[in-house]
Design a protein around this ligand. Structure first.
Ligand code: ARG
Length: 458
């Protein structure tokens, strides 16, 4: 007999049960479901809606169910549909008639809304910790590589020299924003919906604030119809997770490029690489590729839930059951990607020489040559044209700018003198960019100190 079986005259068709049931994925919510029920029962007891004795019996019953699930002693029942009814059914089996009173003033609609919010809150905290760890690794690498110079690119064409610390700090900034997005999403998730009941709230005198307090929620929802049918926070969470994946994916793309024979900037540790079943020489960056690949699936979940929600009239509709697998899978994906990616970065070897040599071709100091002319008094646009001309000559002569003789330079412009050479060394290009945001080691050091402070915050 179903918990809702009273008005039915027939058994549920097996396919209906299988199709409708969510227990095979929402069992994950059991700790939240039970904690939520304990808070609800406690409140019902305090309010005199249940007797103190009934409330106590229910709480004890729920605690024993929690322990047994944790010990793997419980087998869930597909015909009981979801985690909420499975727990309630178990409770009634264990404590009898009193168990039937737990659902007073409550619906599965506000129950699932509560459980999912509790789950999201906890996962936000966990993912934030993983991001923090990744940032720590980036900071440590940055400190080591304040002076490691490599080419910076635009359009994937060598552009200007930067440092590895500077490059990694760009990712540190991205993950900082990601963490603040999670924090922001947390605020809107931290609202307690229980008491909304099915949609129109309830006639019982509930103490919703007490339930919120017991479950560590900051606020309570202010509209019962919205309370049961709001999934904005879940969409925000998926959006924040998608952005994290987008950042990891960009980073992965660079890792993949950097360990090619063409770039040769890094070597991945053997423990974080894979081989080929046919080509004995191969060492592949599968982790980075998979992180890049899995990004698509997290985006898919965001788009999926947005689409699921777009046509749903108020208030609860069963479509919303689809929210959970999307979120669970996205959380699971990030929980796998973040630690393995972090370790991969932490163990990679940097080929400083290859990075440095990379800056010596493709005229990465051309802007600095133009800036040198500007400091001599030429308007920038004119300086740009002169150096453009100079680059053409260099291409013809197969020489770098700094390898041209003074005579060759003077042929292009009489402005040139010996001091040019010093101003356009690769080191000078980096050290001269000392405004905040630039790669100059002294500047980056200040930024890394700020990161250190930032990471100390809980
Ligand atoms: N398993 C359902 C879900 O995940 C719980 C709420 C069901 N409510 C209902 N009235 N059928 O959304």
């Amino acid at each position: 007999m179903k918990l809702w079986g009273g008005r039915f005259t027939k058994e549920t068709n097996q396919m209906t049960d299988d199709f409708n049931s969510s227990i095979h994925f929402d069992y994950l919510l059991y700790p939240y479901d039970i904690q939520g029920s304990i808070a609800h029962a406690t409140m019902l007891g305090k309010q005199g809606i249940l007797t103190k004795q009934e409330s106590k019996e229910i709480v004890l019953g729920l605690k024993s169910i929690l322990e047994d699930i944790q010990d793997g002693k419980v087998e869930f029942d597909v015909s009981a549909e979801d985690i909420h009814m499975n727990v309630e059914k178990l409770l009634i089996q264990r404590i009898g008639e009193t168990g039937k009173k737990l659902h007073t003033g409550r619906s599965r609609n506000d129950q699932v809304a509560l459980d999912l919010r509790m789950y999201v809150k906890e996962e936000i905290r966990r993912l934030d910790g993983m991001l923090q760890h990744l940032q720590q690794v980036l900071l440590d690498l940055g400190k080591e590589h304040l002076e490691t110079i490599l080419p910076g690119y635009t359009h994937l064409q060598k552009a200007q020299p930067v440092t590895l610390a500077h490059h990694l700090s760009a990712y540190f900034e991205m993950f900082k924003r990601d963490r603040s997005r999670l924090e922001d999403c947390y605020k809107r998730t931290d609202v307690m919906p229980l008491g909304s009941s099915a949609l129109a709230s309830t006639t019982y005198d509930l103490d919703r604030e007490l339930v919120a307090h017991l479950l560590d929620f900051k606020e309570i929802t202010k509209n019962s119809m919205d309370g049961v049918s709001d999934r904005d926070y879940a969409i925000e969470f998926l959006s924040a997770m998608s952005t994290i994946m987008m950042h990891l994916s960009r980073f992965s793309e660079e890792i993949i490029l950097w360990c090619t024979d063409e770039f040769h900037f890094i070597k991945l540790d053997d423990a974080y690489s894979t081989g080929s079943s046919i080509m004995p020489q191969k060492k592949n960056p599968d982790i980075a590729e998979l992180v890049r690949g899995k990004t698509g699936r997290v985006y898919g979940h965001l788009l999926g839930l947005l689409t699921t929600m777009k046509g749903i009239p108020l208030a609860y509709n069963k479509d919303m059951q689809e929210d959970k697998e999307a979120i669970f899978d996205a959380v699971n994906t990030l929980s796998m990607c973040l630690p393995v990616f972090t370790d991969m970065i932490n163990t990679m070897q940097v080929d400083k020489d290859a990075m440095y040599q990379g800056t010596k071709t493709a005229f990465t100091n051309a802007t600095d040559a133009a800036d040198w002319l500007v400091k001599k008094g030429l308007p920038f646009r004119e300086a740009h044209a002169i150096i453009g001309n100079l680059v053409l000559t260099c291409i013809e002569k197969e020489k770098n700018i700094e390898d041209l003789t003074m005579e060759e330079l003077k042929e292009i412009s009489s402005e040139f003198d010996e001091s040019l050479y010093e101003a356009i060394t690769i080191e000078a290009c980096v050290h001269q960019r000392k405004n905040i945001g630039g790669p100059a080691p002294d500047t980056m050091k200040v930024i890394l100190e700020e990161y250190e402070e930032y990471l100390k915050k809980p």
